[in-house]
Ligand binder design. Structure first.
Ligand SMILES: *Cc1c(COP(=O)(O)O)cnc(C)c1O
Length: 492
């Protein structure tokens, strides 16, 4: 099957006069009894001189075209998707239905506050729920995604030191297992990034931390569990050292699947944290957005939150713009509201105990896979894991088959690959996050697939090296695809 066939199809099916739509009247009122030609309202340079070459097809042909295209991709609705650090779990469809309720969907962001009390109440309730989950009292829902939340958090930390007149703190510490967005964000917020090496066992080394700590350090960015899926057991000591040195702790809570209801960032001593609402809190993602993010801070940092802040005055909810210490707006209007509705629906549907069960199940699934896969794959950190874990393909590499080859081979079995070659501290790494929503049968099938692929690396290594064989797009020339991407078909 050649994808080009599908792309061309819709143009080749085109026949003049076929329509899949009837446009509504444009709604510009006639003036002086005359209909206005819309083009006359546009500046000349924006008016098309040639008709656009669009395919002319019926509704059925358009539907078939797009449904076929959607089937060319792997998706969570069609197969297992154990992509580590991404929480590709099943997102209940009811959350989409809630976000599509007319009263939410039809809101205009410039509507007066007295007409949007319900939406404001939802945001306020969501802020409260998140504050409880993370153990930090003040929350903003403005950022558009995880990395944007990190930037918001670091700008708050910057504002905190500036308000204290402490100008020396230019450094942000990140461990070598950090998600790539952490050092990138720190640099973007104008800090100098200091990397610290983890210990042999994958954990942060308090001795290394002490070595780089000083009165020029603003913060450390951590995720706990770290990207190896390991819980930093020395977090108490780390937070003591940081706070004694006058620095703050930033928690990357992009994936909260590991800890909800079990331990909170605020309890571990973190001062600022962000959550990706499009991972744990069930917005479908992976297609490039939109996302949503909450940033939570300890009480004395509240005044720096982006404005406006959704606030409550008895029974009335309002946008508080009177925030002289605020870092300012970080997003147009007030974040991606539809994502907030989904997160709120997810939290309400589960309740506190349900969210705790989500984390327990996610941890159980990960440990179950880890203990089964270690028979065929190298397990670099032999410890209980949290919601994800890392194995390595070094044994298979000795047979001339790389982790990338095996990742492609998985597609032939209808499974998306885990995250590969990250974290960087493990060669030939595969970072596997099964999530809580997969059944034991699915996990067992995955174990069997992985065992089969391991066997294939011994018996038919060339076949694995040339995978995938059954997907619409076969093995790509990756250098060519990156340098000269051909992203759209154009009519001749
Ligand atoms: C996904 C992720 C991020 C970035 O989130 P985006 O919404 O993609 O910007 C940051 N940190 C960790 C640990 C993540 O898994």
């Amino acid at each position: 099957m050649d994808t080009a066939i599908y792309e061309k199809l819709i143009y080749e099916k085109s026949d003049s006069g076929r329509r899949a739509h009837i446009l509504p009247a444009h709604g510009v009122p006639p003036t002086g009894g005359r209909e206005i030609a819309i083009e006359s309202l546009l500046p000349k340079q924006y008016v098309r001189s040639k008709k656009l070459a669009l395919p002319e097809v019926s509704e059925l042909e358009a539907v078939r075209h797009f449904v076929r295209l959607s089937q060319l991709n792997h998706s969570i609705d069609t197969g297992f998707y154990p992509l580590g650090s991404c929480t590709m779990k099943y997102n209940p469809k009811i959350n989409d239905a809630m976000a599509a309720l007319e009263g939410f969907r039809e809101l205009h962001p410039s509507q007066p506050e007295d007409q949007i009390q319900g939406a404001l109440e939802l945001m306020w309730n969501l802020q409260e729920a998140i504050a409880t989950i993370v153990g930090l009292p003040a929350v903003t829902l403005q950022p558009a995604a995880g990395a944007h939340g990190e930037l918001t958090g670091l700008l708050i930390i910057k504002a905190y030191f500036e308000a204290k007149g402490d100008k020396k703190r230019r450094k942000v510490i990140v461990p070598d297992t950090a998600h790539g967005t952490n050092p990138a964000t720190a640099a973007m917020a104008g800090f100098e990034v200091v990397e610290i090496k983890s210990k042999e066992n994958g954990h942060i080394d308090p001795k290394e931390l002490k070595r780089v700590l000083g009165d020029d350090v603003a913060a450390i960015m951590l995720t706990n569990p770290n990207t190896l899926g390991l819980f930093e057991e020395e977090i108490q000591e780390i937070q003591r050292l940081m706070h004694e040195a006058g620095g703050l702790l930033y928690y990357d809570g992009a994936n909260l699947n590991a800890i909800m209801g079990l331990v909170a960032p605020g309890v571990m001593g973190f001062d600022v944290c962000h959550l990706n609402l499009h991972k744990t809190f069930s917005t479908p993602h992976g297609g490039g957005g939109p996302g949503g993010c909450a940033v939570a801070v300890r009480a004395d940092l509240e005044k720096f939150l982006p404005c406006p802040v959704v606030s409550r005055d008895q029974d009335r909810f309002y946008f508080d713009h009177d925030r002289p210490h605020s870092i300012g707006k970080v997003k147009g209007f007030y974040g991606n509201f539809g994502i907030l509705v989904r997160a709120y629906a997810f939290i309400l549907a589960h309740g506190g105990n349900g969210l705790t069960q989500v984390s327990r199940d996610a941890i159980l699934s990960a440990n179950y896979l880890k203990e089964n896969l270690r028979r065929n794959f190298h397990l670099p950190y032999d410890q209980p894991c949290m919601h994800e874990f890392v194995i390595s393909g070094i044994w298979q590499k000795e047979r001339g088959v790389t982790t990338m080859n095996m990742a492609k081979r998985m597609l032939d079995y209808g499974v998306h690959s885990p995250t590969v070659y990250f974290p960087l501290v493990v060669p030939e790494s595969m970072m596997i996050e099964p999530t809580e929503t997969e059944s034991k049968q699915t996990l067992d099938e995955f174990i069997e697939i992985m065992q089969t692929i391991d066997k294939e690396t011994k018996e038919q290594p060339d076949m694995v090296r040339n995978a995938p064989h059954t997907t619409p797009v076969k093995k790509l020339d990756e250098a060519l695809a990156a340098r000269k991407p051909n992203l759209r078909w154009q009519p001749e």
